[in-house]
Design a protein around this ligand. Structure first.
Ligand code: UDX
Length: 457
């Protein structure tokens, strides 16, 4: 690690949460591997140090922390509005103090778009700030054009469950025709303060030195092209930011799992027969909904590997077709040849990992960007099917719906599922093209690196 005063030194700060830390760390790994002399200081709140510290990190990435300024019950997702407020108001001061102490001189800060205060810190300390949006560019564009929704009478909307939700919006630049029900925040009333924070941060991000997206050319070109005509700073799409270099370069290491049981089980299953089920890293559904999923999966007769986190022990009982675990190495599970489908909450990282692995998705979005991501998966890319909530019972997907749709989705002889698998393979190829040497994401990453180096001189 080069810690001399001449080293190019990037400070990366993700928003607290795996869905934000993972893509930021993966971006850093990609940058770190492009030049050994680059030094990256990766900053998290203290409680995340253990989680990151246990994963292999290149020598030119060092970890630093700021105190736990966000109450841990907020980090676990109990109060999302409170979490958002804490992220926007409590991290700035300790981050600035840390930055003032860091050696060598900082060349550039890469901050999660949510952390808009990093721009103020950068200005005060005269350090350039790049903004990383670790979600879909489509979500960015919809949020960026929020005023259009208001002026068209599409915010706020009281009830999206009936015909109103089916109404189509065709005026958001770069976004193909989209149902009102697929726009995550048009019915947001309770969360208006949090929404205001997020929209404010998105708007401020255009004052950064550059904007990075964890998507890739070939899947969201229209959005990125249209944003480029409006936003005057460089926009780089560098996704999917997954540690594909680690997967490719270290096959032996990849086999060293701390808990290989579920891999043993996967190894013993027929090709493409297993449905992988996960609703992300921190959100949960109600007990009755968990029971509907458990019963639906059992009744489908399909093999499954289910990450049920806190509920894993309770659900393990009585399951003969599947395995329920509290956590898994998701990317490697998705890349396992026995896995043929992913029942997902459509978090952006899960979505990109599934696309990378060439696995079709069964969508079960819970909130926010996941709702729009589900639309991209099903309507735009055609690599997935929706699980439908029962009309009038918001957020409940019934066991019969789960059983029938899972069966259809995982049918190895079905035309519909066959077409989904074909499309997923096609998307995987587009993704591989983007990340290989000379591909769009790789080229964008190099251009961003050059920008940092030039700014350092
Ligand atoms: C959050 C938001 O909820 C999501 O909407 C947004 O797009 C990103 O930030 P999260 O809900 O955790 O993320 O979902 P996701 O984006 O899918 O990220 C989860 C990460 O945890 C993925 O990288 C996934 O590989 C990892 N994971 C999850 C595991 O490694 N193992 C698991 O068992 C479950």
């Amino acid at each position: 690690m080069d810690t001399t005063t001449s080293a190019v030194h990037v400070v990366a700060i993700p928003s607290p949460g795996r869905g934000h830390i993972n893509p930021m760390m993966n971006l850093c790994k990609l940058l770190a591997s492009s030049d050994d002399s680059l030094l990256i200081t990766f900053v998290v709140t203290e409680e995340w140090l253990g989680f990151i510290g246990s994963a292999p990190t290149p020598p030119n990435i060092r970890l630093r922390s700021i105190p736990n300024v966000i109450p841990s019950e907020l980090v676990r997702g109990a109060d999302l509005a409170g979490f958002v407020e804490a992220v926007y108001t409590k991290m700035e001061a300790p981050f600035e103090r840390l930055l003032e102490e860091l050696e060598p001189k900082v060349s550039c800060i890469v901050a999660d778009t949510y952390l808009s205060w990093a721009l103020t810190v950068g200005k005060r300390l005269n350090v350039a700030v790049a903004s990383l949006w670790p979600m879909a560019p489509s979500m960015f564009s919809i949020s960026y054009h929020f005023d259009l929704l208001k002026s068209n009478g599409h915010f706020p909307i009281d009830d999206l469950s009936g015909e109103r939700g089916e109404e189509r919006v065709n005026y958001i630049p770069g976004i193909s025709s989209i149902r009102l029900a697929d726009l995550p925040f048009v019915s947001a009333k309770k969360g208006e303060a949090a929404l205001g924070r997020v929209l404010g941060a998105i708007s401020l991000s255009t004052e950064s030195q550059s904007l990075l997206f964890t998507s890739f050319h070939g899947i969201e070109n229209h959005v990125i092209d249209s944003l480029r005509t409006k936003i005057r700073i460089p926009i780089y799409y560098v996704g999917p930011t997954i540690p594909y270099m680690t997967l490719q370069d270290m096959p032996q290491k990849a086999m060293e799992h701390p808990n290989p049981d579920y891999f043993d089980w996967l190894d013993s299953q027929p090709k493409s027969s297993v449905l992988y089920v996960s609703l992300g890293s921190f959100l949960s559904v109600s007990g009755p909904q968990m029971d509907e999923i458990a019963n639906g999966l059992q009744a489908s007769g399909v093999r499954f590997l289910w990450v049920a986190r806190g509920d894993a022990t309770r659900l393990q009982e009585g399951s003969n077709m599947g395995l329920v675990v509290p956590w898994c190495d998701q990317l490697r599970v998705l890349c396992h040849s026995s896995v043929g489908g992913f029942l997902t909450h459509c978090g952006w990282n899960s979505t990109m990992e599934s696309v990378y692995a060439g696995v079709p998705m069964l969508t079960f979005p819970l909130l926010w960007d996941q709702i729009t991501n589900a639309k991209l998966i099903v309507e735009d890319w055609k690599v997935g099917l929706r699980l439908k909530q029962e009309v009038g019972e918001k957020n409940v997907v019934r066991r019969q719906e789960i059983a029938q749709t899972v069966k259809r989705f995982m049918d190895l002889d079905g035309d519909e599922s066959g077409e989904l698998r074909r499309r997923a393979r096609e998307m995987k190829e587009i993704c591989e093209k983007a990340i290989k040497k000379g591909g769009s994401s790789e080229t964008n990453l190099r251009a961003f690196f050059k920008e940092i180096v030039q700014g350092h001189k």
